[in-house]
Design a protein around this ligand. Structure first.
Ligand code: DC
Length: 224
């Protein structure tokens, strides 16, 4: 390991509870929590705001070549061309735009390199789809969270309570995202061979955090 401190990668599909688990685990370990999905969402919103069709590969490539990225440590949020998108990243619109633009190789190249630079000293729990496979394949601990489509749709539906979608709509949306995430050519969602898989379908969040913490302890990452 060339880093001073470890990296913990948490990957998995939409609506599986990655954010809550990763944030809680980071708190327990005294690590920084980094949400890479929020970066894909913010970048897609910034491009959309600039009038760019996020499905158009050439326009997105040009956008990525000119964009300036920063990070607000206090807000734990990516800053794009001086804009802070943290208030909007959780919306359905941001999720849909990101689901399309994240298949673009220029988008992935830009954000993967940004994520590596943020995590280079370690002491982080980073969550996403490709953290254990692409961003930090040498992470000291990799956890892959999974759950049934039904459970994930239920959780996402509760989370989006302000946006009035029915559970069936949310389920269809997640299925479509699963398809895009797993079938895309660039860094598709898949479990790293050396990841620990936790199926959270039947588990409460507290139990999942405890299991993840136990994995960290077994990996020797908990300093007493
Ligand atoms: O985890 P999320 O729902 O906030 O992610 C938003 C979108 O970004 C999702 O469609 C998948 C994509 N994403 C990705 O391709 N790679 C990551 N490391 C994180 C998210």
């Amino acid at each position: 390991m060339t880093r001073g401190r470890p990296v913990i990668a948490i990957d998995g599909p939409s609506g599986v509870g990655k954010s809550t688990v990763a944030r809680s685990l980071a708190d327990k370990l005294g690590f920084r929590y980094i949400n890479t999905g929020a970066m894909y969402r913010a970048l897609a919103l910034a491009a959309d705001e600039a009038g760019i069709d996020v499905a158009d590969n050439e326009s997105m490539k040009e956008f990525c070549a000119s964009v300036r990225l920063g990070f607000d440590k206090a807000k734990n949020a990516i800053i794009i061309n001086n804009g802070d998108f943290s208030a909007e990243v959780k919306t359905q619109k941001a999720g849909s735009l990101a689901s399309v633009s994240s298949a673009n190789p220029s988008v992935r190249e830009l954000l993967v390199s940004f994520q590596r630079s943020l995590g280079k000293d370690g002491g982080i729990v980073m969550e996403g789809r490709d953290i254990g496979t692409v961003v930090f394949p040498d992470a000291e601990l990799k956890i892959f969270l999974d759950a049934s489509l039904e459970v994930r749709a239920e959780r996402r539906h509760l989370e989006l309570k302000g946006e009035r979608e029915t559970k069936a709509d949310v389920s269809a949306e997640i299925q479509e995202r699963d398809r895009r995430d797993t079938e895309r050519k660039e860094s598709p969602l898949k479990m790293a061979e050396d990841a620990v898989r936790i199926d959270t379908s039947e588990l409460g969040i507290f139990d999942v955090v405890e299991m993840a913490f136990d994995c960290a302890r077994k990996a020797g990452l908990v300093v007493k």
